[in-house]
Design a protein around this ligand. Structure first.
Ligand code: NDP
Length: 283
């Protein structure tokens, strides 16, 4: 079977062109969208993610403010910093790069960000609205995946979508967005029995586990669309997904590569949310 390679970079560029236009229109009206990113500690992966976010802001004309804090930052200091940004008129979106050092309670941090600037979509207020299908900031990775499906003309309504992973960042909201688009949704996780039996029913399989190349052809139904969220390092230290691309591709009707699939979309939807937030100043 010939498989459609879902080009996240290309789709992301198309969406970014639209965002750039919106930024220019806003700037012409005296509003420069602004994103604040807080990075605590020295986690190398986090540094890379933050650098990519800054680069995207620059390319699109979004003002970005990077606040780097030392590993031993107290929770109190971080919360104070967030409260300042909640009040800052030049800032439309606040993102605290996760994970945080262990002395800081992540949930408390997320809840301190104003829901009006919660461009990651992790605040309970945003999560609740998402579940109710109300307008809100959608979490960037699952929102980006919905865009990948849309731009690739992959029908969701009536399909059986299986999501492996139930994190608050990816798995859970992913299933909810698919459900809202009329898929029949099954969640799988580490306690799921007979995982292969579940995944072999999937017309759309979204994999967000965090285990290099775990999903092989044995897990795939012929003709399935496979979305690989995983970002791992293989035995040669190369970036790879949770899906064993080479063994799976032949069976699929469409598949995302890693890199170049889901990854670029996550940052694009962060830019999208920031601009949506800035647009509320027009009213
Ligand atoms: P988490 O570790 O928070 O969640 C992993 C999920 O996978 C859990 O629900 C866990 O189940 C489940 N799981 C673990 N082992 C198995 C197994 N053997 N069988 C079935 N399910 C299993 O990870 P995230 O959701 O944050 O991220 C997942 C992956 O996606 C990572 O590789 C991460 O780097 C990547 N990622 C990529 C992004 C992108 O932009 N491309 C953005 C965010 C994440 P249980 O709940 O029972 O523990």
């Amino acid at each position: 079977m010939s498989s459609q390679l879902i080009n996240g970079k290309e789709i992301s560029n198309t969406i970014r062109t639209g965002i750039q236009k919106e930024v220019q229109d806003l700037i012409a009206k005296g509003i420069t969208p602004g994103l604040a990113v807080i990075l605590v500690g020295e986690d190398p992966a986090s540094h890379t993610y933050v650098a990519n976010k800054e680069k995207a802001c620059k390319e699109l004309g979004i003002y970005s403010k990077l606040i780097k804090l030392p590993e031993d930052t107290t929770e109190e200091d971080l919360l104070a910093q967030i409260k300042q940004l909640n009040e800052a008129s030049e800032i439309d979106g606040i993102l605290v790069q996760l994970p945080l050092p262990k002395q800081i309670n992540e949930q408390k941090v997320i809840e301190t960000i104003s829901p009006l600037k919660d461009v990651d979509g992790f605040h309970p207020n945003s999560v609740g609205k998402m579940l109710l299908g109300q307008e809100t900031f959608l979490p960037c990775t699952p929102h980006g995946i919905m865009k990948l499906l849309e731009y690739s003309n992959i029908e969701v309504a009536g399909k059986h979508a299986v999501v492996i992973g139930r994190s608050h960042i990816v798995g859970v909201p992913m299933g909810q967005l698919l459900l809202q688009h009329d898929a029949t949704v099954t969640y799988c996780h580490s306690k799921t029995k007979n995982l292969q039996e579940m995944t072999k029913q999937a017309d759309i399989l979204v994999v967000a586990i965090g285990r290099a190349k775990m999903i092989t052809a044995d897990y795939i139904k012929e003709g399935a669309a496979v979305i690989d969220v995983g970002m791992n390092r293989d035995e040669n230290n190369h970036l790879c997904g949770d899906v064993d691309f080479d063994s799976v591709v032949e069976k699929t009707s469409a598949i995302t590569p890693v890199p170049g699939g889901v990854g670029p979309m996550t940052i694009t939807m962060l830019m999208y949310n920031t601009v949506q937030s800035a647009k509320t100043k027009l009213a």
